[in-house]
Design a protein around this ligand. Structure first.
Ligand SMILES: *Cc1c(COP(=O)(O)O)cnc(C)c1O
Length: 426
């Protein structure tokens, strides 16, 4: 072996995994157990005191989940990671480690709808306030910073598709003000974009989508970039202040450049509890083994379908950054040269009625609220996820009455195009 670092394809298959020490099993076993036997009383004491690494109870650590954690940390280029029950749990535990009651964070206004709800409503119960900034205008983030700002949050490629964020511009602002930049990398995955290379400090994922990739498991991941200096920074007491339950240990001092991941685990997972089932970790690991192949095919297929739709007589507009005419094409070429991802929106000339008719007339596309499946998916936001909004609110959210969102799967693109063409001509 040389000192050369393994490439992305190799890491997607091998990072974190080795043949099982007890049995020789080559695939990562599902350690479907709640708890782990201590060697003796001293061993138990050192585990509970965080003086030794090891397993106690699957709410906090599990060997199957640990392989998934090491793998995503390697693929993103972070120092450590944490597997949790869902993408929303990843966002929540991240904010739980960063925020105190009365604190604020700034979020890009083009986000997954569930994140918008979580930030606007549920976070109020913890005394955390979201301040919205314009994804397309980095200066609007800087203008919103106050002494209580504890984080900046954005997506790399933003839902409902078609928006590429200038992560480096936000990273520079975050650094200037010494605030961590949190990037939700669900839509891009590290195959398309590695946010740490552009100035992110923390990456979160809904592993439910492209990482798992087969539409069968809910899961989430938090990756620590190891870049932010928490030690000595009183604004971030979870990392920088002595923990009474760990004999006064300061997590940022004891664990250095993975102190944030440790805080999410030994404070967040321990006390709030959204742990990932080892069975789901196993399925997500299997998905990640083929991530490079799938993401390339997803993007290639999406490029073909978007190109087809862009000249279709029933289609008013297509918002896909892979199209040369697109507003985000230059950012896509800079941030995601392998392809612009699988998810995008387009507008129908026939408006709301045409959207409802289209989702009911397709054979291959499934009408449902998800993205990142092997199967192609479609949703008409105005009649489903965004139906409670007024028409004006829908338009601001990128979910006007004429808008349809596609998540392009791994089928033959000619079959997808034929299905869409038939339904659109219907
Ligand atoms: C789905 C999604 C989430 C939420 O993840 P869950 O696994 O559904 O909890 C967060 N961010 C983005 C970009 C998503 O697509």
């Amino acid at each position: 072996m040389t000192d050369r670092l393994p490439g992305f394809n190799t890491l997607a298959i091998h990072a974190g995994a080795a043949p099982d020490a007890a049995t020789g099993a080559r695939a990562t076993p599902i350690y479907q157990t709640t708890s782990f036997v201590f060697d003796d009383v001293d061993h138990a004491a050192s585990l509970f005191g965080l003086q030794a690494f090891g397993n106690i109870y699957t709410r906090i650590t599990n060997p199957t989940n640990a392989v998934l954690e090491e793998r995503i940390a390697a693929l993103e280029g972070g120092t450590a990671a944490l597997a949790v029950a869902s993408g929303h749990a990843a966002e929540f535990l991240t904010m739980h480690a960063l925020m105190q009651p009365g604190d604020e964070f700034i979020a890009a206004n083009k986000l997954y709808g569930g994140s918008i709800n979580q930030f606007n409503h549920s976070y109020k119960n913890f005394g955390w306030s979201v301040v919205w900034a314009d994804t397309d205008d980095p200066a609007s983030f800087e203008a919103a910073i106050t002494p209580r700002t504890k984080a900046i949050f954005c997506e790399s490629i933003a839902n409902p598709g078609g928006v590429v964020t200038d992560i480096a511009a936000l990273g520079q602002i975050a650094k200037r003000h010494n605030i961590p930049l949190v990037v939700d990398n669900t839509m891009a995955t590290p195959y398309l974009i590695r946010p740490f290379e552009h100035g992110a400090d923390i990456v979160v994922h809904s592993a439910t989508k492209f990482l798992g990739g087969h539409g069968n498991s809910i899961g989430g991941l938090i990756v620590d970039g190891g870049t932010f200096q928490w030690a000595g920074d009183a604004r971030y007491p979870m990392m920088s202040q002595p923990r009474p339950e760990y004999a006064g240990m300061v997590l940022a001092e004891t664990f250095g450049n993975f102190g944030f991941a440790i805080a999410c685990r030994v404070l967040g997972l321990r006390d709030l509890g959204p742990s990932l089932s080892p069975f789901n970790a196993f399925l997500i690991l299997n998905g990640i083994e083929t991530l490079p192949l799938r993401m390339q095919r997803h993007s290639d297929n999406a490029q073909k379908v978007a190109t087809f739709l862009s000249t279709h007589p029933a289609v008013e507009w297509v918002s896909y950054p892979g199209l040369p005419s697109d507003k985000y094409h230059a950012l896509a070429q800079r941030y995601t040269p392998h392809g612009a991802g699988a998810v995008f929106t387009f507008g129908l000339k026939g408006g709301y009625e045409a959207g409802v008719k289209l989702v009911s007339s397709l054979d291959l596309f499934s009408h449902l609220a998800n993205i990142g499946d092997t199967r192609s998916l479609i949703i008409h936001p105005a009649s489903t996820t965004h139906r409670q909004l007024t028409d004006a609110q829908k338009t601001v959210a990128g979910a006007g009455p004429e808008v349809v969102r596609l998540s392009i799967g791994l089928e033959d693109p000619a079959d997808l195009i034929e299905d869409l063409d038939r339904a659109l001509r219907g």
